[in-house]
Design a protein. Sequence first.
Length: 88
Amino acid sequence: MSKQAPASQPPPAAPAEVIPEEKKPEKKAKPKAPKRRIQVYKLYKVEGETLTRLRKECQRCGRGYFMAQHKGRLTCGHCGYTTFASKP
Ligand SMILES: [Zn+2]
């Protein structure tokens, strides 16, 4: 047998559940490194009306893609093309 409350009466209020607050150790947020903007101005040098590009351009990608200078090698960040400096 199932008991059904009459429709005219509101259902009995459920007892307020006491949710125990679990004390979890707060996760320490790692300090984020500040976002660095691409410093394009460092790739060019303007002298009067002439513009010189300070980095070597990528052979595969063409103009506008500069090679990053590392120790003993040049790398393109776009395609991954790498040239190694020949040892003397
Ligand atoms: Zn490239």
